[in-house]
Design a protein around this ligand. Structure first.
Ligand SMILES: NC(=O)c1ccc[n+]([C@@H]2O[C@H](COP(=O)([O-])OP(=O)(O)OC[C@H]3O[C@@H](n4cnc5c(N)ncnc54)[C@H](O)[C@@H]3O)[C@@H](O)[C@H]2O)c1
Length: 283
């Protein structure tokens, strides 16, 4: 025997205000989960992030939901502030004192980060210095220091995270290069060579470790206003600004947002590239 089916219509009415609130909450929910969570569940390791571009990268990644480990030469007031600001965004953050130019120290930090955070999904080789001088006057010490801190450090950290990322079957490596690594610059032979090296290193890693799901890219910032560039004479800064079609120096956040893109799954098929963040200075 077939049973009778009955249908009911329930009438529910909402006020305009309730409907408006519903859509507001829905929008906030979607924003939080889909826009603010590009790096949710990922662990980032950023070198030289107590201040400047590194700090901005650490904070932008934390805003996108990543747990962030970072290094600098010392855990000083700047590093403590970066660590506190990361944690204030509701993710895990920890500062490690380490000289990025040291192979042993880089490996020790990566071991500690894996112990503390369980994995490393994103590596940002950001630590860098300048020791400018014309070729005739450049000392061997100036050359060695810049190559050691800028280029060898990137090798040190990539070497240390490779087994971790291979075991995870994925990862994103970002080398903080510079437009002068592409174009060269008078008085910066050491710095330009180190940055060109970081670009070649990223391309080689992309080719070698692509089959293991690891992506590697370089960012080439132009003139970015940080403590590093603050020391330049005003005349040099004015000259730089004239050469920038967007007529302003970049901010650390301009660079950090490009790093978030390259670290995220939005860039899932972007590897072996150099992304210029320079207000169209270098095209
Ligand atoms: N500011 C720019 O215009 C600009 C342009 C292109 C590229 N970059 C690159 O971006 C990166 C960051 O530059 P920034 O302007 O923020 O510089 P910055 O000097 O403000 O910050 C660099 C950070 O790296 C740290 N650091 C230096 N040597 C280190 C070492 N051996 N080990 C660990 N940490 C070390 C410093 O203590 C500092 O906190 C550098 O690689 C730089 O070459 C900067």
């Amino acid at each position: 025997m077939r049973s009778k089916t009955r249908s009911f219509i329930i009438k529910v009415s909402f006020s305009d205000r309730e409907i408006k609130n519903f859509f507001l909450h829905l929008r906030l929910h979607l924003t939080f989960n889909f826009i603010m969570g590009l790096l949710k569940g990922k662990v980032a390791l950023v070198t030289g992030a107590a201040r400047g571009i590194g700090r901005a990268v650490a904070l932008e990644m934390a805003k996108e939901g990543a747990d962030v480990a970072f290094t600098d030469l010392a855990v000083d007031e700047n590093a403590k502030k970066t660590e506190a600001d990361i944690k204030a965004l509701g993710v895990r953050g920890k500062a490690y004192a380490s000289n990025a130019a040291s192979f042993e120290e880089a490996h020790k930090v990566v071991d500690e980060v894996v112990k503390d955070f369980g994995r490393v999904d994103i590596l940002v080789n950001n630590a860098g210095i300048t020791k400018d001088g014309l070729m005739m006057r450049m000392s061997e010490a100036q050359w060695d220091a810049v190559i050691g801190v800028n280029l060898k450090s990137a090798f040190n950290y990539i070497h240390a995270v490779t087994p971790v990322m291979v075991a995870q079957r994925g990862g994103s490596v970002i080398n903080m290069a510079s437009v002068v690594g592409v174009s060269g610059n008078a008085g910066q032979a050491n710095y330009s060579a180190s940055k060109a090296g970081m670009i070649g290193l990223a391309k080689s890693v992309a080719k070698e470790l692509g089959p293991r799901g690891i992506r590697a890219n370089a960012i080439a910032p132009g003139f970015i206003i940080t403590e590093m560039t603050e020391q330049l004479p005003d005349s040099v800064k004015e000259e730089w600004a004239k050469q920038i079609p967007m007529r302003r120096g970049g901010t650390p956040e301009d660079v950090a947002k490009a790093a978030v893109f390259l670290a995220s799954d939005l860039a899932s098929y972007v590897s072996g590239q150099t992304l210029h963040v320079c207000g169209a200075m270098n095209t």
